[in-house]
Design a protein around this ligand. Structure first.
Ligand code: IPE
Ligand code: IPE
Ligand code: MG
Length: 247
């Protein structure tokens, strides 16, 4: 890749922020409430964060709502998380449509109930012409699963003669991922103090700046988002290039 001034420079405002919204269960436990109460409060934090991202000029916001591994949780909790997606769309879709937010839902569609699939399709269709802000909801999402699904489709296209093996480049592979229309995240925030990716955006995070914060997701707000952005702006992004400080 050609060396340009922008390959190793102090980061500007992030265009795309991805968030692992973690810590709902611990937030509820601290209050002696059920985990599902933490998840409900987590939806309020999501609302605040979508609004704050718009105000701070963040064009793309991706949030991790349910992982392919979260099926391991008790069925009541899984159902509650599904219900919260239903509720979020029911309560917020009109406003998102009006405010110019385009909704994308990434992740496997297999395993989701038919009514949820309809709700997802409706949200994507009704906001499909918006471009001011993008909200990408990762639901039933796993980075490994996404890469495997992309590889499967590439193999199918190759077997059908639509694609030669030599055409499978990094760019072409990316176009088969769920995030084909979305730039890679500049900044990834994980709340709750855990220091891992938990199968989130494995391909897309190749050069993403990672910021881990101790705040539990239901407490996340605009100030916490601003603080993570401030941290990001002090980073030097290199993309494999050389240190800009040295001649
Ligand atoms: C994040 O909070 C929400 C989801 C994973 C759906 P958790 O439910 O993981 O909360 P902790 O990590 O147990 O506190
Ligand atoms: C990641 O959090 C998934 C979501 C935030 C939706 P988890 O709480 O499931 O991750 P682990 O199990 O602590 O790694
Ligand atoms: Mg967790």
């Amino acid at each position: 890749m050609a060396q340009t001034a922008s390959t190793a420079a102090v980061a500007q405002a992030p265009r795309h922020i991805a968030i692992i919204m973690d810590g709902n269960g611990r937030w509820a436990r601290m209050r002696s409430r059920p985990r599902t109460f933490g998840h409900s409060e987590g939806v309020e934090a999501l609302r605040r964060t979508v609004e704050a991202a718009g105000e701070l000029g963040v064009r793309y916001l991706t949030v991790f709502g349910f992982s392919t591994e979260n099926w391991r949780r008790p069925v009541e909790e899984v159902n509650a998380l599904f219900d919260l997606l239903r509720l979020y769309v029911a309560r917020d879709l009109d406003r998102l449509v009006k405010e110019g937010v385009r909704v994308h839902v990434i992740g496997a569609r297999e395993g989701l109930q038919p009514d949820l699939l309809r709700i997802i399709d409706d949200a994507e269709t009704r906001t499909g012409h918006n471009d001011k802000q993008h909200l990408i909801i990762a639901f039933n999402y796993g980075g490994q699963d996404e890469i495997a699904r992309a590889a499967r489709r590439i193999a199918e296209d190759a077997a059908a003669g639509k694609l030669a093996p030599s055409e499978v480049t990094v760019e072409r592979f990316g176009s088969y991922l769920d995030t084909a229309d979305v730039p890679p995240p500049d900044l990834l925030i994980r709340t709750s103090g855990e220091l891992r990716l938990s199968n989130f955006m494995l391909w897309q995070a190749a050069y993403t700046e990672l910021v881990f914060v101790d705040v539990l997701w239901p407490d996340f707000d605009k100030a916490a988002l601003q603080s993570a952005i401030d941290t990001y702006r002090r980073r030097e992004r290199r993309f494999g290039g050389a240190d800009t400080e040295q001649p």
